[in-house]
Design a protein around this ligand. Sequence first.
Ligand SMILES: NC(=O)c1ccc[n+]([C@@H]2O[C@H](COP(=O)([O-])OP(=O)(O)OC[C@H]3O[C@@H](n4cnc5c(N)ncnc54)[C@H](O)[C@@H]3O)[C@@H](O)[C@H]2O)c1
Length: 439
Amino acid sequence: MDSITRYAIVGTGGRHEIYRDALLGVYSKQAELTGLCDSNIGRSRLSAAWIEKHYSRKAPVYSAEHFDDMIRDTRPDVVIVTTKDSMHDYYIVRAMELGCDVITEKPMTIDAARCTSILEMQQRTGRRLRVTFNYRYSPLRTQIKHLLMNDIIGKVVSVDFHWMLDTRHGADYFRRWHRNKENSGGLLVHKATHHFDLINWWLDTTPETVYATGRRAYYTPAIGDQLGLGRRAERCHGCPEAAGCSFYLSLKDNKYLRTLYLEQEQYDKYYRDRCVFSDSIDIEDSMTLAVSYRNGAHMSYSLNAFMPWEGYMVVFNGTKGRLEHKCEGSVYINGDGSVPGSLKREGSWIRVYPHFAPAYEEFIWEASGGHGGGDKLLLQDLFAPDSTEDPYGRRADQYGGAWSILTGIAANLSIQNKMPVHTLDLVPLLTDKTGCYLK
Ligand SMILES: NC(=O)c1ccc[n+]([C@@H]2O[C@H](COP(=O)([O-])OP(=O)(O)OC[C@H]3O[C@@H](n4cnc5c(N)ncnc54)[C@H](O)[C@@H]3O)[C@@H](O)[C@H]2O)c1
């Protein structure tokens, strides 16, 4: 008989569902879900009711202050952390201290001090930590890794990487907890952790020095006024400008958003539909970075969150040629029923320009499902114990998690102080006693 691994989940919002449903569905022979925990007991109960209805199982629910009780009572082997970003460190550290391994959503955490405490606890307890970089698993991004690993353009000297979030998906970060740095670290941590991780992984290197500029240029009261939305309220629900606002999000008319968020507001006043032009937002929506890497490569990067299309362009300049890749994604709002981050095939390509030879286009690797097909493959790699092969090095631990956030954490400091920032000054624990980088 297969051995069973026991999992508990903390954070029962939108994202926990893919883990819950994988554990109770496809991987139910290998896995057991022991308990659910959230600061909003209404949301945990909703998840428990779903489990009962769809899987005929009972899952005990615990409020956040009873997290330790959940671990003691239900004895999970692994805790899956899917809370808001600023609470990841608390649950990662506590779970390891209580003897559990951890799987955490990105970003591993949001600042250098929290990153250090995670590394310290991991080193002290020896527990295993996985950071779930689903982008690494999407076939298209794996294909880029495959091409670079196979030396198709030689040694990569520089990268131009530009990411566009459109006015649907991008705006959504300005509606809820992500809109404040104390919760998310801003988009350079919350969102760009994916992008910086891809670069670290594609180039098999780590970031050294970061210089950044950035500001909030679009999701501002001034733009709200310019768009003629002068009577706007603090949130969409009940806003007098609803009919004329392109950013209006109706929680009450979407069953999923209504039950998961609107009907649970009574417990914690978490509003999912706050005005994107509010003055209380403190994250940037337009950012540019210059990053140098340990292997000598350097990168120019930008992220803009109010674009007419969603996706990215990345160019690698190598000693044997140049690789250009464009990826256009489908548009979505987290939780609105559409597939998040799925690939638009007609808008995506990979072109290789070798030195002294004709350019050609690569046939792009098939992908379907959430996050360019990455979610499905990630879940298989997490929960199917037989799959031990990892030829592309897609499994990320605490070091991968740390390096992926350090570019953004350094960039936040650089924006603030208008100075370049050295990543190792922020988290010295990322080198061993001999000065070697840990990764
Ligand atoms: N890898 C991806 O592509 C991807 C996609 C979406 C979300 N995420 C990540 O998943 C996590 C959850 O995002 P989401 O979209 O589900 O957000 P969400 O707002 O829907 O859910 C967050 C949950 O955390 C709970 N929470 C807040 N504070 C808490 C605390 N102190 N203790 C316990 N629970 C607490 C909230 O009540 C809520 O239920 C985030 O870290 C996000 O970055 C990753």
